[in-house]
Design a protein around this ligand. Structure first.
Ligand code: SAM
Ligand code: SF4
Length: 376
């Protein structure tokens, strides 16, 4: 299950996620009634899937936006309703995303007691100058403190998100962020190159020449720095942008997305995939709430992937995993391209000999290009 929570206290200049500040929502959907609206979609999901064999829920991921802008009680209520509807597997992974400044030791304890097993915090950087360019509200130290508070509250699994390649970020700024991730006791790190999304404040500042555009070679250097520091601290990559200290620390929910699993996404704009059918909800929280209040599905559109589209997706997603991709998923031209990629040092030779396409470190820097070569 995915649950989208489309609220943020303020919008970071780089972010184009489906999220809204109170001001942007005006008199529309409010945070107060949100948990009940989600529960209405959950009841609909139970009706739609009702005739299928009962399946326990293996993973729940509450993302945003800033889920922790909702009271911990609401997050507990949503999880409890999912459990009552289908049953959570005994070892279910239950994650919520959180902004460092939106959690307290007390709220973290409440979430842990309610059954949440994993917290994912947006740290982005510890350099004050970088946090300022990104419009982050928290101080440099708050993300580390929140991660430590989460460990104290009993969370074994804590992720910290980093963004690298922000204009003005120096190599030592990113090195300090990596040091802090390790010192904070996180068992998982997601590190993403800054993407300049159209329509964001950051994109406008770059267009006006106030900030330089990110540089690909700088991003590649940062990626190599992340791999070196995290590897030295005992982390292993399991997806191009994700590292975990132990195999049990890998995010099972994201692995489900990357390996073609089934999930229902609750909330405005949420995507779902069940039994080869993909659909997505209306994007705006007000339209979403209105549909459910009228007893209608919030689904906006659906698609069934053709076999070719499904294979393309499988190659795109699986190649980014450390486990890689079985070569027999590729057609003849793709297999020939994979052999060339081994010669070019982009795919690992031993894995290739064993029938799999697995990126080398150099291949991870050029993953999109490798995917393009392997596909028709
Ligand atoms: C929903 S947010 C995480 C939770 C929370 N809202 C926060 O920001 O702390 C998901 C993550 O996506 C990443 N992200 C969002 N927009 C991005 C962009 N334009 N470029 C790179 N990473 C981005 C950030 O690392 C962010 O932490
Ligand atoms: S990065 Fe996180 S806090 Fe910032 S606007 Fe996006 S979802 Fe909200």
């Amino acid at each position: 299950m995915y649950v989208h929570v489309p609220f943020c206290a303020s919008r970071c200049g780089y972010c184009d996620f489906n999220t809204y500040t109170a001001q942007e929502l005006g008199g529309g959907a409010s945070r107060d009634g949100y948990a009940d609206t989600v529960l209405a979609e959950l009841a609909l999901a139970a009706r739609v899937l009702g005739d299928r064999p009962p399946r326990r829920v293996e993973t729940v991921f509450v993302g945003g936006g800033t889920p922790t802008l909702l009271p911990a009680d609401d997050l507990a209520r949503i999880l409890d309703a999912i459990d009552r509807t289908w049953g959570l597997a005994a070892d279910a992974e239950v994650t919520t995303e959180a902004n460092p400044e939106s959690v307290t030791p007390a709220s973290l304890k409440e979430l842990r007691a309610a059954g949440y097993t994993r917290i994912s915090l947006g740290m982005q950087s510890v350099a004050p100058g970088v946090l300022a360019v990104l419009d982050r509200r928290h101080s440099a130290g708050r993300a580390t403190a929140a991660a430590l508070e989460a460990r104290d509250a009993g969370f074994d699994h804590v992720n910290l998100d980093l963004i690298y390649g922000t204009p003005g970020e120096r190599p030592e700024d990113f090195a300090a962020s990596l040091d802090q991730v390790v010192a904070a006791g996180a068992d998982h790190v997601s590190a993403y190159a800054l993407i300049v999304e159209d329509g964001t404040r950051l994109a406008a500042r770059m267009r006006r020449g106030e900030l330089p555009y990110p540089d690909d070679d700088v991003a590649a250097d940062r990626y190599l720095a992340a791999e070196a520091a995290l590897d030295a601290a005992g982390f292993s990559w399991y997806e191009v942008s994700n590292w975990a200290r132990t195999p049990s620390g890998r995010c099972r929910h994201n692995l489900l997305y990357w390996t073609g699993g089934d999930w229902w996404g609750l909330g405005p704009g949420a995507h779902s995939h069940v039994g080869g059918v993909r659909w997505w909800n209306v994007k705006h929280p007000t339209a979403y709430a209105q549909r459910l209040a009228a007893g209608r599905s919030p689904g906006l559109a659906r698609e069934v992937l053709t076999a070719d589209e499904a294979r393309m997706e499988e190659v795109m997603l699986r190649l980014r995993l450390a486990d890689g991709l079985p070569l027999d998923v590729l057609d003849d031209a793709g297999r020939a391209a994979a052999a060339r990629a081994v010669t070019d040092g982009l795919l690992a030779a031993p894995a290739h000999a064993a029938g799999r396409a697995v990126l080398t470190l150099r291949g991870r820097l050029l993953a999109d290009a490798v995917v393009r070569d392997l596909l028709p």
